[in-house]
Design a binder for this molecule. Structure first.
Ligand code: SAM
Ligand code: SF4
Ligand code: SF4
Length: 334
């Protein structure tokens, strides 16, 4: 794709990381060997305050953002996250969502909904406890995550999407059981190709299960047919069960890059703006907010960065680019 085409992509969605900490150590995101006891996470004073986040969110909405997703690290570990949700929910017309590992959802789903959250995505990589543990390196029962999913649904945070990152040889045997588990449940399972984000997960191309193979493996048991996009630029390709049991999504960021449709910006927990998941550096927005920049100055700064954007990493990915240092998923928030 010519670089010129990538320059005209509108800014539509924003992911905001509210913490770089997590209670899991997923092998594809925060491997324990790197994120161990000695790892130094961001200091509390380095994190954007809720007021600073709300100010920045308005600057992005002024530039066309319609959807904000809170993420992390684990966003539900950030104290009083409901207060931030309530502040962002005051911005008119915003679709406000959150991605979580689900561990704290049983306690928090009701309050999040009451504060104005629209939906949640819950990450769950297997319905088998041993496989789940092999993926996240902590001892947390699958059953408790399922309780979190049900709590979210009961609170009205629907449809609940369930993210499963597929790593060959680790959890690919869970693809069909996970499809069976969520078939007919009203929740939408989304199967994600394992990506080479960050520099710590030791990514190898042969560990990626291509989306086409994922669909074929599920369809052999529970026949699928393609479904239309919900909106242009939708990241997940939708597939519908032929028997009316709902739908799944597959996210083929490795085998079918979608940079030409990418309308997403990201802010790290310390206020750096990244225009690509695979960027090597970001723009410090916190400095601007902390020196009291006016709303229109912030909006202009965001516009300036976005206008200069030519990101298309997934379209040029190779074994060489995989080795280039990049920011970590837990820092930028997926
Ligand atoms: N802790 C929360 C969670 O796990 O849902 C939110 C942050 S997490 C970084 C956001 C999403 O990124 C999760 O669905 C996770 O599975 C996904 N993710 C993390 N590392 C990934 C990788 N290497 N490839 C593909 N997806 C990844
Ligand atoms: Fe934590 Fe989410 Fe990363 Fe897993 S994917 S280590 S739950 S931030
Ligand atoms: Fe967007 Fe970068 Fe991902 Fe391409 S590689 S889809 S530009 S975040």
């Amino acid at each position: 794709m010519p670089v010129q085409d990538t320059l005209s992509r509108p800014l539509r969605d924003l992911r905001i990381s509210v913490t770089d900490r997590c209670n899991f150590r997923c092998v594809y995101c925060m491997p324990k060997t790197v994120f161990g006891r000695d790892y130094s996470f961001l200091d509390r004073k380095e994190l954007l305050t809720f007021e600073e986040i709300a100010t920045l969110a308005r600057a992005f909405v002024a530039n066309g953002v319609e959807k904000i997703r809170l993420t992390g690290g684990e966003p539900l570990l950030r104290r009083d996250i409901e207060r931030l949700v309530a502040m962002l929910a005051e911005i008119p017309g915003l679709d406000l969502t959150l991605t979580t590992n689900g561990t704290l959802l049983p306690q928090k789903a009701e309050a999040l909904r009451a504060a104005g959250l629209t939906r949640v995505t819950v990450s769950l990589d297997s319905n088998d406890d041993a496989v789940f543990k092999a993926m996240n390196d902590v001892d947390f029962p699958v059953e408790r995550v399922l309780e979190g999913i049900e709590a979210a649904a009961a609170a009205g945070l629907t449809p609940v999407k369930v993210n499963m990152v597929v790593k060959r040889g680790v959890n690919d045997a869970s693809i069909v059981p996970m499809a069976r588990l969520f078939h007919g449940s009203g929740h939408i399972l989304r199967l994600i190709e394992y990506m080479d984000v960050g520099a710590t997960n030791g990514w190898r191309l042969d560990e990626v299960v291509p989306a086409a193979e994922i669909v074929q493996r599920i369809s052999a048991e529970l026949p699928l047919e393609p479904a239309a996009q919900n909106y242009p630029g939708e990241v997940a390709r939708r597939w519908r069960y032929r028997d009316g049991g709902g739908e799944i999504g597959v996210i083929a960021s490795v085998t079918q890059a979608f940079c030409h449709d990418c309308t997403r910006a990201r802010i790290s927990a310390e206020g750096k703006l990244f225009t690509c998941l695979f960027a090597q550096r970001g723009t410090d927005l916190r400095a601007l907010v902390r020196r009291g920049a006016a709303d229109d100055e912030l909006a202009a700064a965001v516009a300036g960065v976005w206008r200069g954007r030519a990101d298309r990493y997934s379209e040029i990915r190779s074994s060489e680019t995989a080795a280039v240092p990049k920011i970590e998923m837990s820092y930028i928030g997926g």
